[in-house]
Ligand binder design. Structure first.
Ligand SMILES: Cc1cc2nc3c(=O)[nH]c(=O)nc-3n(C[C@H](O)[C@H](O)[C@H](O)COP(=O)(O)O)c2cc1C
Length: 465
């Protein structure tokens, strides 16, 4: 049986190094001394606005909101947690009550949901079919890529000997992403999934990022080599990335206060470097000071973004309730919401400026995540964005393959001033000059609780012939 045919079968959690709880002295604590006072003061500020506060409480205290069931019970639990001591329990406070180890969940420990695009199986790959059909089958892996707001802004033109990747700009986010930078990064993620799938199934891809005259939406052309290699020729490191595709998802919950396995940062960098063609740098920030400084920038950016009604309206457009049958966008459960909250959340987000609550939450998430990863480029052009997406895909897949969860703190990259500050923090400067450094993506990594997959359009939905 070819390696990887078992991808549709749940795998046991990695036997590798069990996560180690940090000694109490190393836990960056908001639960003692001035940290706690600060956290409580922030919680009080949030408490002044009732609806946004409820929403924010729900997001911070529920670490098991992953499937759209039993949510009304969870909703009442959330309120209890919020009112027990007059202030909402922060994620960190919850962790300090000894919940860490029980909340760790391996993303590979559960089969992808049956009957959805996630349940793609290597066994059903049309091995005996003409190349064009095989290429279409590879797109099934591309559509599982992450994308900003789950817009899935991609189209694939499948031909007899190639696939053309196009940006679908009808799915752009003009407020949050006015230059289609994150849109292109998202397409880069899909491209990397596609390349991994092609190689896994013995189709040698030749990638061209050259622009096509008169077709500004063409981002890449992947020629399928006519002399296919053997199926098993994919090196083990990349095979692991490929096999992680149906298990990857974003986990926005606080991560457990446990160390990541030794060498994990290096492994993630190495996986990213496989895809970046030397044009994307990967900064691994594990020290407390860096995480705090990034957290401050994220919080600053949150305040600016949420004060903008257009930003909130755009975000609300892509937020859906938990039982929505839409094949794109973000269901409430992906943001830790129960059913009731997910129903009102788009209206609340559209109407109220919840920047302060959001900022406090994100600051805390950054500070208490074991590792932050920043992807940057030396230039800031569509090709750099596409390559960033390819590196991002590999980083996320490598994390998934190691049972590590990931989420995003991109806000500083989305605002010019904050982006410059972040570049300086990383030791560069955001400028047009040769020494410029353009932060593109900020990730946080750690061991997280269970989260469910978000919806996807099918390959057939996004293939144009
Ligand atoms: C370029 C890019 C930017 C993203 N930015 C954020 C972000 O700022 N905040 C966030 O919570 N998720 C962010 N995400 C994650 C997406 O919202 C997520 O991938 C999408 O909702 C699909 O869910 P999944 O990753 O669980 O499949 C981003 C993803 C990409 C590819």
């Amino acid at each position: 049986m070819p390696v990887g045919d078992s991808q549709n079968t749940p795998r046991p959690p990695a036997p590798a190094k069990a996560p180690k709880a940090k000694p109490p002295s190393e836990r960056q604590s908001a639960d003692t001394g001035p940290g706690k006072a600060k956290a409580k003061a922030k919680a009080k500020v949030r408490g002044r606005i009732v609806l946004p506060s409820l929403l924010s409480v729900t997001q911070r205290t529920t670490t098991e909101h992953s499937a759209p069931d039993q949510s009304s019970r969870r909703w009442s639990m959330d309120l209890d947690a919020a009112s027990s001591d007059g202030a909402p329990a922060t994620g960190h406070e919850a962790r300090s009550k000894g919940l860490d180890e029980r909340k760790i969940w391996d993303p590979r420990s559960e089969a992808p949901p049956a009957g959805t695009p996630w349940s793609v199986a290597a066994t059903s790959f049309p091995r005996a079919s003409p190349l064009e059909r095989k290429l279409s089958a590879c797109v099934r892996y591309a559509v599982l890529a992450p994308s900003s707001h789950n817009t899935q802004p991609w189209k694939f033109r499948v031909m007899a000997d190639r696939i053309v990747l196009l940006a679908d700009r009808t799915r752009a986010l003009p407020v949050c992403d006015p230059h289609d930078r994150e849109l292109t990064i998202s397409c880069g993620c899909a491209l990397q999934h596609l390349l991994l799938a092609m190689r896994r199934f013995g189709i040698r891809p030749r990638l061209s990022l050259r622009a096509v005259k008169g077709e500004p939406d063409v981002l890449a052309t992947v020629l399928a080599d006519a002399s296919p290699g053997r199926e098993e020729s994919l090196p083990t490191a990349e095979l692991r990335l490929f096999e992680a595709i149906p298990f990857r998802r974003t986990c926005r919950h606080p991560f457990a206060d446990v160390e990541l396995p030794g060498g994990f940062g290096e492994a993630v960098s190495a996986a990213g470097a496989l895809a970046g063609h030397g044009r994307v740098s990967i900064a691994i920030l594990g020290d407390r000071q860096s995480r705090e400084r990034v957290g401050n920038l994220v919080a600053e950016a949150d305040l600016v973004q949420f004060a903008d009604r257009r930003f909130r309206r755009e975000l609300a457009l892509w937020m859906h309730h938990n039982r929505s049958s839409k094949p794109d966008g973000m269901p409430g459960y992906a943001m830790g919401m129960g059913e009731l909250t997910s129903l009102v959340a788009p209206m609340v987000v559209r109407t109220f400026d919840m920047g302060r609550g959001r900022a406090a939450k994100d600051e805390e998430l950054a500070r208490h995540s074991p590792l932050l990863v920043v992807l940057s480029t030396r230039r800031d052009e569509p090709r750099d964005w596409l390559l960033t997406g390819m590196v991002l895909a590999n980083v996320l897949l490598r994390a998934t393959a190691d049972g590590v969860s990931a989420s995003y703190l991109n806000q500083p990259c989305e605002l010019e001033l904050m982006r410059e500050k972040l570049a300086r923090l990383l030791g560069g400067r955001a400028a047009d000059g040769a020494n410029g450094l353009w932060p593109q993506i900020v990730l946080r990594l750690g061991f997280g609780p269970r989260v469910a997959h978000t919806p996807r359009r099918t390959a057939e939905d996004v293939i144009e012939r």
